[in-house]
Design a protein around this ligand. Structure first.
Ligand SMILES: [Fe+2]
Length: 400
């Protein structure tokens, strides 16, 4: 079967090489926000839909966007009920607000769930006769979305630059992912002041999610020059600035660097796909509700350790690029230095090594589902078999 997977991976690589995935135009800081809003090409008095959630409204984090839109003489309409696991109803309700006010643009302000909902509202706006369930899969939109801006308020998912949007269908206990180049937002605005109020453990786990995106992108056999450069830079910034943001949550430079790292890691993995850390972590989130970043943080070391010396070259490259080793050391030692550094970082961040909710008896089913997700979609450097996957899952269950 592995030869079939590799042919599929080669096809994915050809799509990236010959069609190319667009990048959003990147803007930073408050002047960047103004530039992005002006670039939407709207007329004064036009209506704009702002998609966000209640937590952000309560924290008043929408104010900077509201003020800038008002200064530009646009009229804002809010859809602010996006759930942490956004549903089809969220998309449809947001679409109603968009249509009711004849909005001309969409600004999504929030974490990955809000940004994904914003993408799907845009997709439904240009495909009014295609329900969300029919947008599942590859290239089901194929139409330019209304002018839009994505403003992340966590530094982790990279959704402001990725081709995918995930939505839940509670009636069928299903999760849909729509993947289309036109889902890449037109503009991404990174505003570090929006992330300073994040609790320390959220800063930590979201940054480790971004680190996992970068490492899994580098491990992918489809990792090309652009993705490699972005992923390495993301790793370097996270290793340098995550401890600084933990030490001083108000450190705007550290916050800006983490947002940029998450953006770069997003650009990398949207071209390479992710790997086994994500394949397993998605099952833990679906089965137990484990937060995505935490699940990745717990699984990262066990999965890297399972690969063993098969990924020494890639790990050594990261270690050298990030200045975590000596250029004089052999590759094996350089790879070990990176693993040691990650282990220490996770320890300093107080990330646990086990998840109390994981039941060893569930390992067989979880492994089956994880490998079903990974094969053939993820161009991993080496294929994992069910028994190895089960061992990893049992290894993060609490010891009896
Ligand atoms: Fe992730």
């Amino acid at each position: 079967m592995s030869w079939f997977y590799r042919i599929y991976h080669f096809a994915l690589k050809c799509i990236v090489i010959f069609i190319g995935i667009p990048n959003p135009k990147l803007h930073q800081g408050k002047t960047g926000l103004l530039d992005a809003i002006e670039a939407l090409g709207l007329k004064s008095g036009d209506n704009v839909l702002v998609v966000t959630d209640q937590v952000l409204l309560k924290l008043n984090l929408h104010q900077v966007v509201e003020n800038t839109l008002r200064e530009s003489e646009f009229v804002t309409h809010y859809y602010a009920d996006v759930l942490p696991n956004p549903t089809i109803a969220n998309v449809e309700d947001g679409l109603k607000v968009y249509q009711q006010h004849q909005c001309k643009a969409i600004i999504a302000l929030g974490g990955g769930s809000v940004l994904d909902t914003g993408k799907l509202i845009g997709a439904r706006a240009v495909k009014p006769n295609k329900p969300v369930t029919k947008l599942k899969g590859l290239f089901k939109v194929l139409k330019r979305l209304p002018p839009n801006i994505a403003i992340p308020t966590t530094a982790g998912t990279g959704s402001e630059t990725t081709v995918a949007a995930v939505v839940n269908d509670p009636s069928n206990h299903a999760k849909y992912a729509a993947t289309d180049f036109c889902l890449v937002p037109h503009h991404a605005v990174l505003l570090p002041e929006l992330t300073t109020s994040m609790p320390a453990h959220i800063t930590a786990t979201t940054a480790i999610d971004a680190l996992t995106h970068a490492i899994e992108a580098l491990l992918s056999i489809n990792c090309l020059k652009f993705s490699r450069g972005r992923a390495l830079e993301a790793c370097r910034a996270i290793f340098e600035y995550l401890p600084k943001a933990q030490q001083d949550p108000q450190n705007l430079e550290a916050r800006a660097q983490l947002l940029l790292a998450s953006h770069y890691a997003g650009q990398a993995f949207t071209r390479t796909s992710v790997g086994y850390v994500h394949a397993i972590s998605h099952q833990l989130s679906a089965q137990y509700g484990t937060p995505h970043g935490l699940a990745n943080a717990v699984l990262l070391m066990p999965v890297l350790t399972w690969y063993g010396e098969r990924i020494n070259q890639q790990l050594a490259l990261i270690a050298r690029y990030c200045g975590l080793t000596s250029l004089d050391y052999p590759v094996e030692r350089q790879a070990d230095d990176l693993l040691e550094h990650i282990k220490r970082l996770l320890l300093d961040l107080h990330i646990q090594t086990t998840l109390t909710e994981v039941l060893p008896d569930d390992a067989a089913l979880l492994a089956e589902l994880a490998l079903k997700e990974a094969h053939p979609d993820y161009p991993v450097p080496h294929f994992m078999d069910p028994s190895a996957c089960q061992r990893i899952i049992k290894g993060i269950a609490p010891t009896p």
